[in-house]
Design a protein around this ligand. Structure first.
Ligand SMILES: Cc1ncc(COP(=O)(O)O)c(C=O)c1O
Length: 356
């Protein structure tokens, strides 16, 4: 199952799903919300889709009509499913029960599951329990003890359901980290997100195997250059002062485009590193290009926010380290926006388009 939630971790939902849809290795896609699932169906995606987040009961009929599977994680939804099943018009609705084995986010206690599977069996054929799943909290940690304990809880529940002849067809728990590090967590299906995009769940403890590289590159261009003297201050709040005569490039990206407002960040220009300086604005940032040398950086030159430029790389592992976050956040923060044009590898952007 390919996890394309949150606009495919910022990569672009439709383009990513369009790339994954023809692959035999991908049986299903996972999204976080009903609206993401309907966008995929409207875009022609025919593969199975599981909605990982909560779905309100108003959407049950459309979910059934569109062949979407829902996550059922709390008692209120069981009543809502019963209400749905008793409607004469109810089409078969597929659900996966979510069990909380330790993350304490969504899910029933393991002890509740056998009774729920029995109760929901009474709602057939309008409601079908297609799956049972759980989620790890620390499968990317140095110490796998807690992940192993979660897996034990999940596997013993599945074994219990098997004994009672109640086991749903698809039992799944592995995310990227567990797919890589815990083969006995693979079960019927793995739910892989980060690895699809070349994002390390944890650069330190759970790096992706070579040659997997980040899928995303992000480029913009310099729109103006200022030569400023020592002591010149720039940007909102004048928070940065030039420590020496400096050549500052203005870039048309800012915090509304997924850059942090103040945390350290860099770009590559001509393959060389230029630190972002000053406070980023909503749609503008300053790069200190003084060290890049001659000829001086000019408006119109390409600046790479992520990816490869002039033989050098600036990947999410470096950016996440700089910002003190995880790689997933670095790409997931890039919004689905009219300002940010996306193209798959090998495709070009619409003609005449650019960062401006
Ligand atoms: C329920 C669930 N399953 C699977 C995944 C995929 O995890 P990863 O991107 O680490 O593979 C996520 C992502 O956070 C998730 O929330």
């Amino acid at each position: 199952m390919a996890v394309v939630k949150a606009n495919a971790y910022g990569h672009g939902l439709e383009a990513t799903a369009g790339t994954l849809e023809p692959l035999d290795e991908v049986d299903a896609l996972a999204v976080s919300a009903f609206r993401e699932a309907t966008v995929l169906r409207d875009h022609g995606v025919r593969k199975a889709i599981l909605i990982l987040g909560p779905t309100v009961s108003n959407h049950y009929a459309r979910a059934a009509a569109e062949g979407l599977s829902l996550t059922i994680h709390q008692p209120r939804q069981i009543d809502e499913l019963a209400g749905y099943a008793h409607k004469a018009s109810a089409e078969a609705l597929s659900v996966h029960l979510k069990v909380d084995t330790g993350l304490h986010r969504l899910g029933f206690a393991p002890s509740e599951i056998p009774g729920l599977v029995e109760d929901l069996a009474n709602l057939q054929p309008s409601v079908k329990v297609s799956g049972l799943y759980s989620h790890f909290h620390s499968a990317d940690a140095a110490d796998l003890a807690s992940a192993k304990a979660q897996l034990d809880r999940f596997r013993s529940l599945v074994a219990d359901l098997e004994r009672r002849n109640l086991r749903p067809a698809l039992c799944h728990i592995a995310n990227t980290a567990a797919t890589l590090r815990m083969p006995n967590a693979h079960m019927d299906m793995v739910r892989v997100g980060g690895a699809l995009y070349g994002l390390n769940p944890s650069h330190k403890h759970c790096p992706l195997p070579e040659p997997i590289l980040p899928a995303l590159s992000w480029h913009t261009e310099v729109v103006q250059v200022h030569e400023v003297p020592t002591g010149a201050a720039l940007g909102y709040g004048h928070c940065w002062q030039a420590p020496r005569p400096s050549r500052i490039a203005v870039l048309p990206v800012g915090y509304a485009d997924g850059l942090p407002r103040n945390e350290p960040r860099e770009v590559l220009i001509r393959g060389q590193t230029a630190p972002l300086v000053g406070t980023r604005s909503m749609n503008m940032a300053f790069a200190d290009t003084t060290a890049i040398g001659n000829p001086p950086v000019q408006p119109g030159e390409r600046a790479t926010l992520m990816g490869t430029e002039g033989g050098n790389t600036l990947y999410c592992d470096r950016i996440a380290d700089l910002e003190g976050t995880i790689e997933y956040e670095v790409t997931a923060r890039i919004p689905a926006s009219h300002r940010i044009l996306r193209a798959c590898a090998g495709e070009s952007l619409p003609s005449g388009s650019g960062p401006l």
